[in-house]
Design a protein. Structure first.
Length: 47
């Protein structure tokens, strides 16, 4: 995680706990998906 901007952009925070947005068992998969999406996005921007 890169801090508050990412957290607020994903739509969770004090009012919406992380566990409500992503069930805890799904959190690792969600983080992998986010990381993969970021890598793909950078690749698209570069090319």
């Amino acid at each position: 995680m890169t801090g508050l901007p990412l957290i607020s952009r994903l739509g969770f925070g004090p009012r919406r706990p992380l566990s409500e947005v992503f069930p805890l068992d799904e959190a690792p998969a969600a983080m992998v998906r986010l990381a993969a999406g970021r890598i793909v996005g950078k690749a698209v921007l570069i090319s």
